[in-house]
Ligand binder design. Sequence first.
Ligand SMILES: [Cu+2]
Length: 167
Amino acid sequence: MSLKSIVAIVALLASSVAFAHSFKIGSLEIEHPHARATTAGQTNGAAYMQIENNGKTDDKLIAASSPAATSVEIHSMSMEGDVMKMRAVEGLEIKAGAQVSMKPGEGYHIMLLGLKKPLQAGDKLPMMLTFSKAGKVKIVVHVSDKEAHAKPSENKDGMNNHDHHNH
Ligand SMILES: [Cu+2]
């Protein structure tokens, strides 16, 4: 293999790592934290990410904060009948060797309550996550267009219930 192609591969790896935008603390890896843009008048937003625990001990996400919102909570979502309900939880366990995915419409998300201003595509929100064992880590949440991550099956119903949910 020529030196030139090795350089090209290294450059490619570096750019894909930058694109993946992940953060590390101890044996935890936080991957692709993102949020959807909000509409005018919408006071709450939600952030999603994957958290991977490559260590040998369980850990727990116990708090989150961001200057972009008055308060930040860890929420779980579940269907009750045909209504999507969400509630604040005290923590989100990330077991040793496991990965937790937060995504729209199911499971867990990080709720941004009382947004200081609407989230716009391209915004980068600083956020601090606190884990019971690994400690605190600063991450950056990328805001993408409302439709960017939407699947056809994930239309108005699910997420709008979520957006308009009263806290
Ligand atoms: Cu929520």
